[in-house]
Write a protein that binds this ligand. Structure first.
Ligand SMILES: Cc1cc2nc3c(=O)[nH]c(=O)nc-3n(C[C@H](O)[C@H](O)[C@H](O)COP(=O)(O)OP(=O)(O)OC[C@H]3O[C@@H](n4cnc5c(N)ncnc54)[C@H](O)[C@@H]3O)c2cc1C
Length: 373
C-alpha cells in the first residue's frame, strides 16, 4: 500500500514525487518510457519556477540552461516585433531537465516502475492501479500526471478525448547562429514556430500547425519549404543550421479542450489537468506549479489537517482554477487571433504602436515567481 501513486514521470509527476518524498510519504512513480528522452516541446521555461526547482534540489544553470530575457514575434507576412521579457525565463532541453528530476527522484527513495498504467479503480476510499505488465498497485491517493493524452483518458471516459484534436507538432535540435538570450515566436500560415537556445549551444526549433494545413503536403520537408519558409526569419534560421537529430520528432492529436482537474477522485496535474497553447510558453511552469499545489494539499490531507477527501478535492479544484483559469482563457484568445492571418497583421501593428500592451498580455499568460511554504 502506497500513500501516493503518481502516473507519469514528466515535469508534473517527477516534481510531485520529489516534493512528497521530502515529507516521508511512501510514493510510487509509474512511467512508461525510460530516461533520458527527447520530447516535443519549445523548451523555454518561465523563471517563475526557479524558487521551486531550487526547493526540489535542481539547479538548471548547473545543467547548462541558457538565460533568456528577450522576445521577438513575427507574422506570416514577416512583420517583426521585439520586446524585453520582464520576468524572463531559461532554455533547457527536456532530455536534460526531465532526466535531472528523475535522478533526484531516485535519490529520494521513491519507488519507480517502468510500465504503462491501463486502468485506475476507486473503491472503499482507496485506489487500485492496473498496468500493462499485469501489475496491480494500491494507494490512498493517485496523481494523474500522464500528459496531454493517454489511453487512460479513454478508460476514464474523459469528455475531451471524444473531441477533435486537430494539431500536430514538430521539433528538432540544430547548431547555428542564434542569440543565447532570445526566444522567438515566428508565425506562418496555419501555425507558429518557437526558436530558442538550450544547453550545449544548441538551438531548439519547435513548431505546431493545424493538421488541415499540413495534410496537403507530402512530408515535413515539403511542408517546411512551401509553408513554414514563407516566414523569412524561419527560412534563414532553418537553412543556415546544421541538424543535431537524425530526423525531427513529431506528435499529433494535440488538443486544447477543457479538462477537469479531478476525475474519478484522481488529482490531475500538468497537461492532464489542462493544456495552454504553446505560444504562451507556460505549459511547463503550469505543470510544475500544479505539482506543488497538489503536493501541498495532499501532504495536509495525509497529515490529517484536511479532514476529508471531499475537502481535498474541492481545495485543489479551487486552487487550480484560481491559478490557471485566466491564463488558459487568455492563451486561447491570443492563439485564436494569431491563427487568423489578417488579424495577426493588425494585432502586430497595434502592438508596435502601443509597446506597453505586449508585456501586459505576457503577464496574463504567466504567473508570479512560485512561493515556497
Ligand atoms: C509543440 C509544443 C511546444 C511546447 N512548448 C513549450 C514551451 O516552450 N514552454 C512551455 O513552458 N511549455 C511548452 N509546451 C507545453 C509543455 O510541453 C507541457 O505543458 C509539459 O510537458 C507538461 O508536462 P507534464 O508533466 O504535464 O506532461 P509530460 O511532460 O507530457 O509527461 C507525461 C508523462 O507521462 C507518461 N505517460 C503517459 N501515459 C502514461 C501511462 N498510461 N502510464 C505511465 N506513464 C504514462 C509519458 O510517457 C510522459 O513521460 C509545449 C507543448 C507543445 C505540444
Amino acid at each position: 500500500m502506497f500513500d501516493v501513486i503518481i502516473i507519469g514521470g514528466g515535469l508534473a509527476g517527477l516534481s510531485s514525487a520529489i516534493h512528497l518524498s521530502k515529507y516521508g510519504f511512501k510514493v510510487l512513480l509509474i512511467e512508461k518510457n525510460s530516461y533520458p528522452k527527447h520530447k516535443v516541446c519549445g523548451e523555454y521555461i518561465s523563471n517563475e519556477v526557479l524558487p521551486y526547482l531550487e526547493f526540489l534540489g535542481i539547479d538548471v544553470f548547473q545543467l547548462g540552461a541558457q538565460k533568456i530575457n528577450k522576445f521577438e514575434l513575427s507574422t506570416p507576412k514577416n512583420k517583426l516585433l521585439k520586446s524585453d521579457l520582464s520576468l524572463g525565463g531559461f532554455g533547457i532541453s527536456r532530455y536534460t531537465l526531465d532526466n535531472a528530476l528523475y535522478e533526484k527522484v531516485r535519490s529520494c527513495h521513491v519507488k519507480t516502475v517502468k510500465d504503462s498504467v491501463m486502468d485506475v479503480q476507486f473503491l472503499n476510499d482507496g485506489f487500485s492501479v492496473a498496468t500493462k505488465n499485469n501489475n496491480t498497485f494500491k494507494s490512498k491517493i493517485v496523481i494523474g500526471a500522464y500528459g496531454k493524452r493517454s489511453a487512460l483518458d479513454v478508460s476514464l471516459q474523459r469528455k475531451f478525448i471524444k473531441e477533435k484534436s486537430p494539431f500536430l507538432a514538430v521539433k528538432t535540435h540544430v547548431k547555428g547562429d542564434f542569440p543565447n538570450d532570445l526566444v522567438a515566436l515566428h508565425n506562418f500560415k496555419g501555425g507558429y514556430c518557437g526558436v530558442s537556445k538550450v544547453e550545449n549551444d544548441t538551438i531548439n526549433l519547435c513548431y505546431i500547425t493545424d493538421f488541415e494545413a499540413f495534410k496537403a503536403y507530402k512530408d515535413i520537408d515539403a511542408f517546411q519549404e512551401q509553408v513554414v519558409f514563407k516566414n523569412t526569419y524561419l527560412k534563414s534560421i532553418f537553412k543556415n543550421a546544421a541538424p543535431v537529430f537524425e530526423k525531427p520528432l513529431t506528435i499529433s492529436q494535440v488538443s486544447f479542450s477543457n479538462k477537469r482537474p479531478i476525475e474519478n477522485h484522481i488529482i490531475m496535474c500538468g497537461d492532464t489537468a489542462g493544456m495552454i497553447h504553446p505560444l504562451c510558453g507556460n505549459g511547463m511552469s503550469m505543470a510544475i506549479r500544479s505539482a506543488q499545489m497538489a503536493s501541498q494539499l495532499i501532504i495536509e490531507y495525509l497529515q490529517g489537517k484536511i479532514p476529508s477527501r471531499y475537502t481535498l478535492e474541492k481545495a485543489y479544484q479551487k486552487s487550480w482554477n484560481n491559478a490557471f483559469g485566466t491564463r488558459l482563457k487568455v492563451g486561447h484568445v491570443v492563439a485564436k487571433l494569431f491563427s487568423k492571418n489578417q488579424l495577426a497583421e493588425v494585432l502586430l501593428t497595434v502592438l508596435n504602436r502601443f509597446p506597453a500592451l505586449l508585456p501586459k498580455i505576457i503577464k496574463q499568460t504567466h504567473g508570479k515567481p512560485m512561493v515556497i511554504k
